[in-house]
Ligand binder design. Structure first.
Ligand code: SAM
Length: 232
């Protein structure tokens, strides 16, 4: 269970109404039961369900059960697509391990708006389900042009380029441990010539194989290939 609260031995953690409902009605946990919580910063902790009311409750923190397992310092930049597929990208990126998820608006991006809080809750749920201890931050939708203008040279940017499909493999470069990096996936309609030119000035192109993948598949394939190469 994710709690937005510091976790230390002896700490008492207040529960929201939704958390009380989840623990007592969905998980059917009685008072005194041991459950496991994380807050994205302090690892995983065992807690006792100490007090339960109708709308509130309290957890008593006992001991740490897992250290924080931070993901690689890898950002995923992608152009939001249909709602369910955007949710899928956030969920899978959280499972596969990224530090930050940045939805970007490109010239051919369909959606002008995203529900950041909704996507952030998907990331929390995905981390809960895979026993993670870290939740990547989902940022507000940002203009790709602005993101590229502000790009810092110390973060390697890899651009998944479908135009390389069928022209042999171009893979992620060897990277020193801990070196910051980012992966950019384009929208369903691809990037415009102007965008490609702008991206090409700072990013290294990467191929995801000989077939053109849907953007959500491309995000999962890119992160899996990243792990195969970097081991994290
Ligand atoms: N509009 C493009 C077209 O029809 O040629 C296809 C865009 S594709 C559906 C969406 C994004 O997935 C691309 O912008 C790219 O970032 C990524 N992608 C898909 N297949 C890829 C491949 N084989 N190699 C690298 N990137 C790929």
């Amino acid at each position: 269970l994710f709690v937005d609260h510091p976790l230390r031995e002896g700490q008492r953690v207040p529960l929201t109404r939704d958390q009380v409902h989840y623990l007592t009605h969905v998980m059917r946990q009685p008072v005194g039961a041991e459950v496991f919580v994380f807050n994205g910063k302090d690892g995983e902790w065992a807690v006792l369900l100490d007090e339960v009311g109708k709308r509130s409750g309290v957890l008593a923190v006992t001991q740490q059960t897992k250290p924080l397992m931070p993901p690689p310092d890898l950002w995923l930049l992608f152009a939001p697509i249909k709602k369910a597929r955007t949710d899928f990208i956030v969920e899978k990126a959280t499972e596969l391990g990224v530090a930050q998820i940045i939805p970007v608006q490109t010239e051919r991006t369909n959606s002008e708006r995203i529900r950041r809080d909704r996507l952030q809750s998907h990331a929390v749920e995905a981390a809960e389900q895979c026993g993670g201890t870290y939740v990547p931050k989902v940022t507000e939708l940002q203009k790709l042009s602005v993101v590229l203008d502000d790009w810092r040279a110390d973060r390697a940017l890899y651009f998944c380029d479908e135009e390389l499909a069928g022209h042999g493999g171009v893979a992620f470069a060897e990277r020193a441990p801990g070196e910051p990096a980012a992966i950019l996936i384009g929208p369903e309609g691809g990037f415009t010539t102007g965008e490609r030119e702008r991206i090409g000035r700072i990013a290294r192109p990467v191929s995801l194989g000989p077939r053109i993948l849907r953007a959500d598949t491309a995000a999962v394939a890119a992160l899996a290939l990243w792990q195969a190469r970097q081991g994290d």
